[in-house]
Design a protein around this ligand. Structure first.
Ligand code: ADP
Ligand code: ADP
Length: 219
C-alpha cells in the first residue's frame, strides 16, 4: 500500500527531516511510527499525503509513484486517504453530522447518499445518537471520535493518524487505538504516528522507529 525507496527530505532551511528511508507497508497492514519530537514522523506522513515532496527517492501509494501526480491530481489522491489529527480540527459552528459530512459534500455526493454514509461512519465510532449536537458540547474523546468518523466516511483504503491520542488520558487513548484496530480488521491499511511508546508497545503491532530522520528499527 505504501512504499518508501531511498527517501530523503531536506527542507529549504537546510534541515534533513528524513534520510534514506526504506520500508513497505502492505495492504491490510497496521503499523506505528514513533521517535522523539523532530524525528521526522509528520514529514513522513506529509510525503504520503503529497503535502510535501521528497528531495530524493520515491514514495508510492497503491503501486503509484507519487512523483507522477501533478498538482491537479492531488485532490484525487487525498480522497483515497483518511487522516486523523491530534487537534481534530472540527468546526464548532456546525453539528456533528455536518462535520462528518464535509468531505462528502466537497466531493459532490448526493444528499441521500451523504446521509447514509455519515450515519454509518458515526455508528462505527459509537456516536450515532449525537449527530444533531454541536461538537463543542462533547467530551475530548468524543470529539476525537468525530474526527475519526470524518476521516473514514469516504471509506479510504488507507488511514493515517498524526498523534491521534496526544490530548487524551491513557484509557481514552486505548479506546481510540482499539477503534483503529477495528478499522484495520475490516481491511483498512493503518499507519499511526505517536510518541506514546508505552501505549504502542501494549498494542503489539509493527513499529517503525525514526531517529533524526533515519529509520532505526522496523519490527
Ligand atoms: P516529528 O513529527 O517527528 O516531530 P517533523 O517531521 O515535524 O518531526 O520534523 C522533522 C524535522 O524537520 C525537524 O527538525 C523539524 O524542525 C523540521 N521541519 C519540519 N517541518 C519543517 C518545515 N516546514 N520547514 C523547515 N523545517 C521543518
Ligand atoms: P459496506 O458499507 O460497503 O458494507 P463496510 O461497512 O463493510 O462497507 O466497511 C467499510 C469500511 O468501514 C471499511 O473501510 C472498514 O474499515 C470500516 N468498518 C466496517 N465495519 C466497521 C466496524 N464495525 N468498526 C470499525 N470499522 C468498520
Amino acid at each position: 500500500m505504501i512504499s518508501f525507496e531511498n527517501v530523503s527530505k531536506r527542507y529549504p532551511e537546510g534541515h534533513d527531516a528524513l534520510r534514506d528511508v526504506n520500508f513497505t507497508l502492505n495492504r491490510g497492514e497496521m503499523a506505528f511510527l514513533t521517535g522523539h519530537s523532530g524525528a521526522g514522523k509528520s514529514t513522513l506522513l506529509k510525503l504520503i499525503m503529497l503535502m510535501e515532496r521528497p528531495t530524493r527517492g520515491h514514495v508510492s501509494v497503491a503501486n503509484q509513484d507519487l512523483a507522477q501526480f501533478s498538482r491537479e491530481d492531488i485532490p484525487y489522491h487525498r480522497r483515497r486517504i483518511g487522516v486523523v489529527f491530534q487537534n481534530h480540527q472540527l468546526l464548532f459552528d456546525r453539528t456533528v453530522f455536518d462535520n462528518v459530512a464535509l468531505p462528502l459534500q466537497i466531493s459532490g455526493y448526493e444528499p441521500d447518499d451523504i446521509g447514509k454514509r455519515v450515519r454509518a461512519a458515526l455508528d462505527k465510532v459509537g456516536l450515532l445518537s449525537k449527530e444533531k449536537l454541536n461538537p463543542i458540547t462533547l467530551s475530548t474523546g468524543e470529539q476525537q471520535r468525530i474526527g475519526i468518523a470524518r476521516a473514514i466516511v469516504h471509506k479510504p483504503q488507507l488511514l493515517l493518524a498524526d498523534e491521534p491520542t496526544g490530548n487524551l488520558d491513557p484509557s481514552l487513548s486505548a479506546e481510540i487505538m482499539s477503534l483503529f484496530m477495528e478499522f484495520n480488521r475490516h481491511g483498512t491499511t493503518v499507519l499511526i504516528a505517536s510518541h506514546d511508546l508505552a501505549l504502542i508497545s501494549r498494542m503489539g503491532h509493527r513499529t517503525l522507529i525514526l531517529d533524526q530522520g533515519r529509520l532505526m528499527r522496523d519490527g
